[in-house]
Ligand binder design. Structure first.
Ligand code: HEC
Ligand code: HEC
Length: 240
């Protein structure tokens, strides 16, 4: 199957053949793509509250006060591969998020206007043709991490978890009612995961997200996204 690049290139040939100033041209498509990027309704699931923007910034550097599971998408269209080399077509890399995190039931198709619009938008925020692929290191075997500084842990919670999970102990302001109240949810772990330390379950969730048989639709955090030091500080803050 052709990837986004091929599919979009084919579409663009058609557009280029038309007259200048065509409202369906690349610029209008990119604007539409930006709107889609920010809109949770990109996914047809009534249970989805995530937009692309929930997990990705689009600025050259990561933003202060935000620790995202996903890399910045600045220059993303120029990268030679994605997801640590596992994806070699941009649309596949996008669909991985769309299906696993946003509950999109059917993948975005190569020839869909929405795919083209997202591609035009991602291209517009990708000025450096030589941009390298970014590292993505998944922690497969879950191990305990040394606890860190509680003040740092609070900052990590605010930057990484608060947007989705809301305030600790109450969940106030959370993005979705599906996001459990932290750390109270661990009180259910003695029954659900007897004999396993609560912190271990939380570390596994953070490092594996929905994968490795964990389930759900929370994103996973690579070591590039969240260091073990910051994870240890976070656990300290959560009293785990
Ligand atoms: C719930 C969080 C989440 C949502 C929502 C999400 N992503 Fe992602 N995305 C990730 C994570 C985690 C990764 C893997 C780390 C990385 O490579 O950025 C990723 C990776 C990617 C990559 C590969 C980046 C690379 O260089 O490896 C692309 C492209 C991408 N996402 C695009 C999108 C788009 C477009 C949307 C909206 C349709 C979206 N994502 C929605 C979390 C998310
Ligand atoms: C993009 C939104 C999002 C972000 C960011 C996020 N979570 Fe989650 N998290 C969820 C959702 C939704 C669920 C419930 C679905 C699931 O289990 O995947 C969840 C579930 C969990 C659970 C499992 C609760 C249970 O039922 O056992 C833990 C633990 C957790 N999150 C911890 C964290 C921590 C710690 C952070 C910050 C490092 C974090 N989450 C960041 C959305 C998010």
């Amino acid at each position: 199957m052709r990837g986004l690049r091929g599919g979009v290139a084919a579409l663009l040939v058609g557009v280029g053949a038309g007259c200048g100033g065509d409202m369906s041209g690349p610029q209008a498509a990119a604007d539409y793509g930006q709107a889609l990027f920010r809109d949770a309704w990109l996914s047809p699931s009534e249970y989805n509250r995530f937009s692309c923007e929930t997990c990705h910034v689009t600025t050259p550097e990561a933003q202060a006060g935000r620790i995202d599971s996903g890399h910045t998408l600045y220059n993303v269209a120029a990268r030679p591969s994605w997801w640590g080399g596992n994806e070699t077509q941009l649309l596949d890399a996008v669909n991985f998020c769309y299906v696993n995190f946003m509950r999109g039931v059917t993948k975005l198709g190569v020839d869909e206007p929405r795919s083209r619009a997202l591609y035009e938008y991602l291209s517009r925020i990708s000025p450096d043709a030589q941009a390298p692929a970014l590292p993505f290191t998944v922690v497969k075997d879950i191990q305990d991490v040394p606890r860190g500084d509680v003040t740092r842990g609070k900052a990590v919670y605010e930057a990484a978890c608060h947007n989705c999970h809301g305030a600790t102990h109450t969940g106030e302001g959370r993005l979705t009612d599906f996001a459990s109240v932290l750390p109270e949810v661990t009180q259910t772990y003695d029954q659900a995961f007897p004999g396993i330390p609560h912190a271990q379950v939380v570390i596994e969730k953070v490092r594996h997200g929905p994968f490795f048989g964990v389930g759900g639709n929370m994103p996973l955090y690579s070591t590039e996204a969240l260091s073990d030091a910051d994870l240890g500080a976070l656990l300290m803050y959560l009293g785990l």
